[in-house]
Design a protein around this ligand. Structure first.
Ligand SMILES: Nc1nc2c(ncn2[C@@H]2O[C@H](COP(=O)(O)OP(=O)(O)OP(=O)(O)O)[C@@H](O)[C@H]2O)c(=O)[nH]1
Ligand SMILES: C[S@@+](CC[C@H](N)C(=O)[O-])C[C@H]1O[C@@H](n2cnc3c(N)ncnc32)[C@H](O)[C@@H]1O
Ligand code: SF4
Ligand code: SF4
Length: 308
């Protein structure tokens, strides 16, 4: 069984924010659309219950995010508890704790990991993330490739900060056996005219056109119809995926995601502000599985493509 929204999009994919806390201070962070101060975080058993019910409704993939998911002390327990209910369990992390956590996370049942790596230059890395941890993160990536597959590197590209490093990152991905994800800076439409956005937005369309010309092979993912390009480098073939959400109607028309905030609300879209539906209160007041299923149905029917 899979639930479809009013636009014919299946909801097969759940993105759970485990916490708002983070040990980095990336100045461009969209905080997964969670712009309010959350109260109590979901507990491991609440997350397990959510994922168990969701799996009966066709959710096959779960992504753990945040804030920074690895700052939670109970991260291994969370992974262990939800593992039995999903086909693809992944995490997006800043990589600061991967050196010690990659192996235990894999043992707990995590399939794969995306690590944010916006620059290979320590000073640029510090300007973007607010911390001096490039070496620690690189060591974490080294550990992650031993135990998790694939390891993707998320590079959010920003004008005059790291836009000159794209091709170095392609080489680095080939060298380390990772997949590079080039991510376009994104923000809700009301923010696109701000000084911040105009200053840092770096359109990835021309880069994507160049990748298309260079590619020895191109593939398309079901989710968002994102393209993947296979590029020859001095270190072998690099796999490069482009995430270009802004004003992209095809991307939204193929969005299969539901989101969950750290304090137990469903959120139907990263960029919307009017789309929160609380389920933690019901959970904590002893709701039956049937009641949770009903909330889930309601949320799926609220889903709408943002750019259309
Ligand atoms: N607007 C929008 N942006 C997204 C969406 N999915 C990913 N992004 C952007 O891409 C960034 C990186 O996403 P990740 O957390 O690495 O996950 P992912 O790449 O979407 O998922 P996988 O490729 O399956 O691992 C996000 O933080 C967003 O900025 C989406 O559904 N909508
Ligand atoms: C919000 S972070 C949460 C997970 C983890 N703390 C990390 O940084 O990987 C998820 C991803 O969103 C990306 N991101 C954050 N703000 C963004 C923005 N405004 N536009 C595009 N990507 C953004 C980050 O670079 C990271 O790869
Ligand atoms: S590490 Fe992730 S959650 Fe933390 S500030 Fe950076 S992008 Fe945001
Ligand atoms: S509808 Fe579009 S903007 Fe919203 S989460 Fe899905 S892909 Fe992102």
């Amino acid at each position: 069984m899979v639930l479809y929204d009013r636009f014919g999009r299946p909801a097969t994919n759940l993105r759970i924010s485990l916490t708002q806390d983070c040990n980095f201070r990336c100045f461009f962070c969209h905080r997964e659309g969670q712009h309010f101060n959350a109260s109590l975080e979901l507990t491991p058993s609440e997350i397990e219950r959510l994922v168990r019910v969701a799996s009966r409704l066709g959710i096959r993939k779960v992504k753990l995010t945040g804030g920074e998911p690895t700052v939670r002390d109970d991260i291994l327990e969370i992974v262990r508890r939800i593992r039995p209910y999903v086909v693809d369990l992944s995490m997006t992390t800043n990589g600061s704790r991967l050196k010690e956590l990659a192996k235990p996370l894999a043992e707990a049942g995590l399939n794969r990991v995306n690590v944010s790596l916006h620059s290979l230059k320590p000073d640029v890395y510090r300007r973007i993330t607010g911390v001096d941890m490039l070496d620690t993160v690189l060591e974490g990536i080294g550990e992650a490739v031993k135990y998790l597959s694939p390891v993707k590197l998320n590079m959010t590209v920003m004008r005059r900060l790291n836009d000159g490093e794209i091709w170095d990152m392609v080489e680095f991905a080939a060298k380390t056996g990772t997949i590079l994800q080039l991510i376009e800076l994104e923000a809700p439409r009301e923010m696109t005219e701000t000084r911040f956005f105009r200053k840092y937005f770096y359109p990835l369309k021309p880069v994507e056109e160049r990748l298309e010309e260079m590619a020895v092979e191109t593939r398309e993912r079901r989710m968002h119809r994102r393209k993947k390009y296979f590029i020859h480098t001095d270190h072998g073939v690099a796999e490069v995926e482009v995430v270009r959400a802004m004003h992209n109607t095809v991307f939204c028309a193929n969005c299969t995601r539901l989101r969950v905030t750290s304090d137990g609300k469903f959120k139907t879209c990263l960029l919307r502000k009017d789309d929160l539906i609380d389920f933690a209160t019901a959970l904590r007041n002893g709701a039956s599985d049937g009641e949770l299923v009903e909330i889930f149905h309601r949320v799926v029917l609220m889903r709408e493509p943002y750019w259309k």
